[in-house]
Design a protein around this ligand. Structure first.
Ligand code: NAP
Length: 314
């Protein structure tokens, strides 16, 4: 199959390209400059240079690549996110989701692309109802803190992907990436914060995270190239975990001291209401729909064993 990736050089793009190539697919990628095109070529990926904020430029690049499937993995997340400045640090990713997505979808439709797979996030559901949410839970678009703009931009992106006629829109709501090349890895930005004891368990740590090993996220993406029906799918491991469980476990796996514990009001003052949302009320996610539909099982079903494996190579 001819497959075009937007974001082929990113944390998921790299293992995804390798898997697709190993399966015998012809892989092309969008590049924002000649320099980035060279990085793609070095990875055996056919580059197509364009400006994702220019509709005509994207149209021409997608038409030239003429893929059967387009995979949208564009994000612009800093290596070291400052939780206190979440809105600032995610502004570029929000812009990509809002502005570049409609260009990619229009170009895909014009080029007769059969399916678009699009990276989204599983952890944006409203903090109500059960501890574990499936894809029917509504998004937290009314959030009044720094996470709000991200949820609203991601929701807009999903609507663009699912609402484009003639293209099978498949939204992959990944859990939190961990493993090589991510911020939850031995040299990752969040692990550095954990090692400095600057990532505390806040307000009891009852907020739930669903993780996914980066290689499982890539493999799930390959599984979603064909079959199933258009729509939204959670892609995460089998064991959603409360912060008071996973954070001490990650600190231990990374050889760091246990995290500090702080009351919610202090965390709100120090980092903001969004940080307290993540720590105390965020919901985890079920991967049952994706497994059932695409016959996928994660090779790292448990974050606990996955963390131990990732940090064993320290
Ligand atoms: N669900 C999750 O937990 C999740 C999801 C995504 C990312 N992350 C984390 O965020 C961190 C950074 O992610 P990342 O390594 O994937 O890097 P990134 O900086 O977010 O970039 C991802 C991809 O988007 C491309 N891109 C960014 N801005 C672009 C623009 N204006 N025009 C065209 N292409 C653009 C990049 O291309 P270039 O080569 O041109 O930079 C790259 O291929 C990692 O720690 C990762 O684990 C987590």
């Amino acid at each position: 199959m001819k497959i075009l990736i937007a974001g082929a050089t990113g944390a998921i793009g790299r293992p995804l390209c390798r898997l697709l190539q190993a399966d015998g697919h012809e892989v092309a990628g969008l590049a924002r400059s000649a320099e980035r095109a060279a990085a793609l070529r070095a990875a055996g990926v056919e580059p197509h240079v364009c400006d994702v904020y220019d509709a005509g430029s994207v149209h021409d690049a997608v038409a030239a690549a003429a893929p059967e499937v387009l995979i949208h993995q564009l994000t612009a997340i800093p290596a070291n996110v400052d939780i206190r400045r979440y809105e600032r640090d995610f502004a570029q990713t929000e812009r990509l989701r809002r502005e570049a997505t409609p260009h990619l979808m229009a170009a895909a439709r014009a080029a007769g692309v059969r399916r678009v797979l699009c990276q989204s996030i599983s952890f944006m559901t409203a903090p109500q109802g059960p501890r574990i949410h499936d894809e029917s839970a509504r998004s937290f678009t009314e959030a009044q803190h720094q996470f709000g703009p991200m949820v609203r931009a991601t929701d807009a992106m999903e609507r663009s992907v699912l609402g484009t006629p003639d293209v099978e829109g498949v939204v992959l709501r990944y859990g939190f990436f961990y493993g090589p090349g991510t911020s939850y890895s031995p040299d990752g930005g969040i692990v550095a914060e954990i090692a400095r004891r600057r990532f505390p368990v806040a307000g009891g740590g009852t907020g739930v995270s669903s993780f996914v090993h980066i290689d499982d996220a890539a493999a799930a993406t390959v599984a979603a190239l064909t079959g199933g029906t258009p729509g939204i799918y959670n892609v995460c491991d089998d064991e959603p975990a409360a912060m008071h469980e996973w954070l001490p476990a990650m600190a231990a796996a990374a050889g760091a001291k246990p995290p500090r514990r702080v009351p919610a009001f202090l965390a709100r003052l120090a980092a903001g209401a969004h940080a307290v949302h993540f720590a105390t009320e965020m919901r985890g996610n079920s991967n049952a729909k994706f497994k059932r539909t695409f016959g996928w099982t994660p090779s790292h079903p448990s974050w606990q064993e996955g963390f131990d494996e990732v940090f064993a190579t320290r």
